[in-house]
Design a protein around this ligand. Structure first.
Ligand code: I6G
Length: 726
């Protein structure tokens, strides 16, 4: 069901079996209850596999007994064929909008709009100690769900507030959204309103997969959620892990609502609806502002994108007294966070040279504040991305910055006059060393205006050692925290070391003396025109150099896996470095290995194996390794550890896409525990492919090669019973 299932510690259900109808009914109730525990209470009580077994049993029984079919069976979330369009739904009670307030940090009264909101309420209710219900404002799509006699009958978008679109077929697929109200509740009508959203991780995985396929990416989770809900084919919506939080009511008939909004949210939970776990209560202006600060400080850690918080007067009778101004309730306010998407001007496109020579276009932007940070650069990923968006210098572009993600351009205004600059072209020579650039994979593409380009997913500078950018990048990677961890050896110092000729390879670091550093600093200051040193500055420079020498010395004692990662072999990330270190135990063993021995290591496919072989065959790299050893770099070696016993021993499996029930690392560990080798690339030697949602080019390749593909359900069944392996 999801990645968080716990051990079966409180099994609350005893399922009786007296004929298929009773069993079907019991299974439906049991599955709905487990979905509730998982999605609403966030407290699952059975492991995923057990849950899946219940669903499979129900599916089998329903297939054998179609006479007991029911539209609100948990197996029927994806019901019916794709619809031909969206019917209009007139909301029985309008879906209103909320008034917004912003904070102006640089002004004398930064929260004046929230103060005015509270003040207006205080004047009506006679106190400023107002109890508020407070919630995060999820960046999703507002939906109204209509239940009649306990059953979901219609789900509609907000539309213009009066008339929306019928999206019942796709909203039904949202796991954790009750198709029937819980606990047998059966009011004549209950309209529950809330937000459909796409969790941040799912949004990022979806865009990554789209990028891999060369498809258009969604600008933000809200657009992705809206695009998913407005799918005519419910199977598409079902494949996207949409989620829902309830936050309000529309028409209610036959149910007594509690006296406060916070108690209504608690009632929603009892009826089976997910409610944002951050929802709470606060008193007066101070309480609201404290909530705003608290949620704001956790904004990047929340698993969903939010654009602010919402304050609502908690007491329903006070809400009624306050009423509405135009189409917004006077008793509620959306207090917005600084925007994460803003427009600015694309002033230029530069290219960056990575440590392996890969060339990445980078947008140079007119500096702009995005989500509280000034942004002047944004990644453009690759040439195809620039052409796909048809970006031109001078365009107005939309920049987005969320969480720790590097700022991205997510949209561009393509309406430009006849004097528009020509489309951008990737330079033909490395901007740093002048070597002619190479294209590793050629794809023909067309822009919107029909001009044909030969795009490459990877453009590289083959300058290697001659290219200062690559030398500096390699040393930066070598010294980085997860590699050799040389504390204090920052980007600027590395650039100076390379520019002034002190360092050409990582091994040169271990030959540097205190005097070299002091001298280098003096020359760099001279070059930069920095004022001559005072005696005190001289002492500081010596202390700085001593600290660096000590940090370099500490890095001499390392581990084989860190060293392998630090060497920067193409496609050898931390996980592969670890697997190689475990599998070979010694650097000499690894350096001697042929491609067959290399591909016996988990995560190493033929492409990576050939890269490793090429790296160690290069005499220059062998010299660097010898020089590192001579410079005192050492690590512990051990006997090779190869485990290939188990029912899947000898089978190579490729994982692709996103699995709903476990992370990729968990899936890999489960397969390896059964003896399988998990590889990162599909080849004729691949035994089978496990494809989660949003699987990209690997799935396509497997299909083209006729390699068996397991979906998530089949994969879970295989873990249960490895004899089912194709
Ligand atoms: O658009 C909204 C987002 C969140 C809302 C809302 C909300 O409460 C947490 N509440 C109301 C009453 C309305 N819109 C109209």
């Amino acid at each position: 069901m999801g990645p968080r299932a716990r051990a079966p510690d409180d099994q609350a259900f005893v399922v009786t079996t007296s004929g298929p109808a009773a069993r079907i009914d019991a299974l439906r109730r049991e599955i709905a209850e487990h979905e509730y525990r998982y999605f609403v209470l966030d407290a699952p009580t059975i492991p995923d596999l057990e849950f899946d077994r219940l669903v499979r049993e129900l599916e089998a029984l329903e297939a054998a007994h179609p006479e007991f079919a029911s539209p609100d069976s948990p197996t029927r979330r994806v019901g019916g064929a794709p619809s031909g369009g969206f019917a209009e739904v007139r909301h029985a009670q309008p879906m209103l909008s909320l008034a917004n307030a912003f904070t102006y940090p640089d002004e004398p009264r930064p929260h004046r709009e929230v103060e005015a909101f509270v003040q207006r309420i205080a004047e009506v209710v006679g106190t400023d100690r107002i109890p508020f219900s407070v919630e995060p404002k999820i960046d999703g799509l507002a939906i109204s769900l209509r239940y009649e006699h306990g059953r979901l009958v219609v789900a509609a978008t907000r539309g213009d507030g009066t008339t929306g679109e019928d999206v019942t077929h796709s909203v039904r697929t949202i796991r954790g959204l009750p198709l029937r109200l819980r606990g047998g509740a059966s009011p004549a009508v209950l309209e529950v309103r809330g937000e459909v959203y796409l969790p941040r991780a799912a949004f990022e995985a979806m865009n990554e997969a789209a990028r891999e396929r060369g498809d258009k990416v969604f600008a933000n989770p809200r657009n992705a959620a809206a695009g998913s809900v407005r799918q005519l084919d419910p199977r598409v919506a079902a494949a996207r892990p949409l989620a829902f939080f309830a936050y309000g009511v529309g028409v209610v008939d036959g149910l007594d609502l509690p006296e406060t909004h916070s108690a209504t949210l608690a009632l929603f939970r009892e009826l089976g609806f997910p409610v944002a776990p951050e929802a709470g209560t606060a008193t007066g202006l101070e309480g609201c502002l404290a909530y705003y600060e608290s949620i704001g400080s956790r904004r990047d850690q929340l698993p969903y994108e939010i654009d602010g918080v919402v304050y609502k007067v908690d007491r329903h009778d006070w809400q009624q007294r306050l009423g509405f101004v135009s189409r917004a309730p006077r008793w509620a306010l959306a207090h917005k966070f600084p925007a994460r998407e803003v427009s600015t001007v694309l002033e230029g496109i530069d290219v960056q040279v990575g440590r392996t020579g890969a060339i990445t276009p980078v947008a140079r932007l007119r500096p702009v504040a995005v989500g509280g940070v000034t942004v002047s650069n944004a990644t453009l990923h690759n040439e195809a991305f620039v052409h796909g968006m048809d970006l031109r210098i001078g365009d107005t572009v939309v920049v987005r910055r969320a969480g720790d993600v590097i700022p991205e351009i997510v949209g561009a205004n393509g309406d430009r006059g006849p004097d528009a600059p020509p489309p951008w072209r990737m330079p033909t020579c490395c901007p740093v060393c002048g070597t002619a650039l190479e294209r590793l994979k050629k794809v023909r593409r067309q822009t919107r205006d029909g001009i044909e380009y030969e795009d490459s997913t990877v453009v590289v500078c083959p300058g290697g050692l001659f290219c200062r950018a690559q030398v500096a990048e390699r040393i930066r990677h070598f010294a980085s925290r997860r590699a050799m961890d040389i504390d204090g050896l920052g980007e600027r110092i590395i650039e100076d070391l390379v520019d002034l000729g002190y360092v050409k390879t990582p091994a040169d670091l271990y030959r540097l003396t205190l005097d070299d550093f002091v001298e280098m600093k003096r020359r760099a200051d001279e070059r930069d025109g920095t004022t001559p040193e005072t005696a005190r500055q001289g002492r500081t420079a010596t202390k700085w150099a001593e600290n660096l020498i000590a940090a370099i010395d500490r890095s001499r004692s390392t581990t084989l896996e860190r060293l392998l990662y630090a060497l920067g072999i193409r496609d050898v990330g931390e996980a592969t470095a670890k697997a190689l270190a475990r599998g070979f135990g010694s650097l000499d063993g690894l350096m001697r290995a042929d491609e067959a021995e290399l591909t016996a290591i988990p995560d190493v496919g033929p492409v990576v194996a050939s890269r490793i072989r090429a790296f160690f065959d290069d005499p220059h790299n062998r010299e660097v390794i010898a020089a590192l050893r001579a410079g005192g770099v050492h690590w512990r070696e051990h006997a090779p550890q190869r485990a290939a016993a188990g029912p899947l021993a000898g089978r190579t499996v490729v994982l692709t896409g996103t699995l709903a029930s476990m992370t990729r690392d968990e899936a890999r560990a489960r397969l390896e525990a059964l003896g399988a080798k998990v590889s990162g690339s599909v080849s004729a030697r691949t035994g089978f492919v496990v494809a989660g949602s949003e699987a990209g080019s690997k799935l396509e390749k497997a299909t083209a090669l006729g390699i068996p593909v397991l979906d998530e359900a089949a994969f879970l069944a295989l873990l249960d019973d490895p004899t089912r392996a194709p």
